[in-house]
Design a protein around this ligand. Structure first.
Ligand SMILES: C[S@@+](CC[C@H](N)C(=O)[O-])C[C@H]1O[C@@H](n2cnc3c(N)ncnc32)[C@H](O)[C@@H]1O
Ligand code: SF4
Length: 298
C-alpha cells in the first residue's frame, strides 16, 4: 500500500490525461467482428435514473432535463443483454456510469457478476454510498476498476484510501479523480455541453465541431435503465432511441438502420442530425481503430 495521495495527481489536467491513457488499451483494442461487422469495445450502462447530488456542470442539476425518477434496470433486461452479447461472443468492456449514481442501484452485484463473465467492468461513482463493506463487496463481484469522482475536496483522498486500506483491497483497484475545482478550471472535468444541455465553464463553441468526425458510434453505445439505447454518453436529451434491448437483439440495434445512419454521417464529419448538431464533444479521444474498421465497410 503506497502513501496517501500516491494514486492521484493534484492537477486536474494531468488526472484527465492519465485516465485517458489508462482507458485507451481497453477502448482502442483491435476490433472484434461478428458477421463481418466490428463490435463495440465499450458498452455504457445507466442502471438508475437518479442521483443524490446535483453538480452544477451536470444535466442532473436541471429537473426539466433529468429529473430524479428512481427508475431502475430490471434483472430481466440484464439477462436479455447477457444472452444477446453471449450469442455474438462479445468480449469488450462495460462502463457502469450513465445518467445517475450507479451505487444507488441495489442489485449491482447481480449485474456485475453476470456481465463480468463476458468482459471487464468499470464503475464510475461520486463515492458517496461507499463504505468499507460496500467496497469489499464490489471488489469481489467481477468489477475490475472503481473510478471515484472527488467533488468535495482533497480530504476525500484520505477518506477513500483509508477505506481501501481497511478493506484490504489493492490500491490499483480505484482511480481517484480530483473534480472539486471552480469554473475557471472547468470543475476539473473534461467539460462538454452534453448535447446542448449544459453551458457552464469555458466551453468551446458548437459551431467549431459541426464538421468534426466523431468516433463514438463506431466503438461504443449507451444503454439506459429501460433498455433504450442511445448514441453516446453525451446524449442527455434522450429523444431518439436507436432501439430497445427488450424488443430487438443487441446486434440488431448495433447494426440497425438508425445506428448506421448516424455512424455514416459522423464518420464523414457531418454532425447535422440532432442531437449531434448541438454537441461540442471532441469525439476522437478513443475509438480510432473502430472508426477505421467501419470506414472500410461503409
Ligand atoms: C453523470 S456522471 C455519473 C456517475 C457518477 N454519478 C459520477 O458523478 O461520477 C458521469 C460522469 O460525467 C461527468 N460529467 C457530468 N457532467 C459533465 C459535463 N457537462 N461534461 C463532462 N463530464 C461531465 C461526471 O463528472 C462523471 O465523471
Ligand atoms: S455528475 Fe454524477 S454526482 Fe454529479 S449530479 Fe451528475 S450524476 Fe450526480
Amino acid at each position: 500500500m503506497g502513501k496517501i495521495g500516491d494514486n492521484l495527481q493534484l492537477n486536474p489536467k494531468e488526472t484527465i490525461r492519465k485516465n485517458i491513457i489508462r482507458k485507451k488499451p481497453i477502448l482502442d483494442r483491435e476490433p472484434q467482428y461478428f458477421k463481418g461487422i466490428p463490435l463495440p469495445s465499450w458498452i455504457e450502462l445507466s442502471l438508475i435514473d437518479s442521483c443524490n447530488r446535483a453538480c452544477t456542470f451536470c444535466p442532473r442539476v436541471d429537473e426539466n432535463i433529468a429529473p430524479n425518477t428512481n427508475h431502475k434496470m430490471e434483472r430481466v433486461l440484464i439477462d436479455k443483454l447477457y444472452k444477446d452479447l453471449n450469442d455474438i461472443g462479445f468480449n469488450g468492456a462495460f462502463s457502469i456510469c450513465g445518467y445517475g449514481e450507479p451505487l444507488l442501484y441495489k442489485d449491482l452485484e447481480y449485474l456485475t457478476n453476470k456481465l463480468g463473465q463476458l468482459g471487464q467492468i468499470e464503475i464510475v461513482t461520486n463515492g458517496d454510498p461507499l463504505n468499507e463493506k460496500k467496497i469489499e463487496k464490489i471488489y469481489q463481484s467481477k468489477v475490475s476498476q472503481l473510478v471515484i469522482s472527488l467533488y468535495d475536496g482533497p480530504e476525500q483522498i484520505i477518506l477513500f484510501n483509508d477505506m481501501m486500506k481497511k478493506a484490504n483491497i489493492p490500491e490499483n483497484f480505484i482511480t481517484l479523480r480530483d473534480r472539486w475545482y471552480d469554473p475557471t478550471l472547468d470543475y476539473g472535468v473534461k467539460l462538454t455541453n452534453r448535447t446542448g444541455t449544459v453551458s457552464v465553464g469555458n466551453q468551446p463553441e458548437t459551431t467549431n465541431y459541426k464538421k468534426r468526425i466523431c468516433f463514438y458510434t463506431s466503438y461504443q453505445i449507451m444503454i439506459d435503465w429501460d433498455g433504450n439505447t442511445y448514441l453516446c454518453p453525451q446524449d442527455w436529451q434522450r429523444r431518439v432511441s436507436l432501439g430497445n434491448i427488450m424488443q430487438k437483439t443487441f446486434f440488431e440495434i448495433w447494426n440497425g438502420q438508425m445506428m448506421k445512419k448516424y455512424r455514416k454521417k459522423l464518420i464523414n464529419g457531418n454532425r447535422d442530425l440532432s442531437p449531434c448538431k448541438n454537441c461540442n464533444a471532441d469525439g476522437q479521444v478513443y475509438g480510432e481503430n473502430h472508426y477505421n474498421a467501419f470506414k472500410k465497410i461503409l
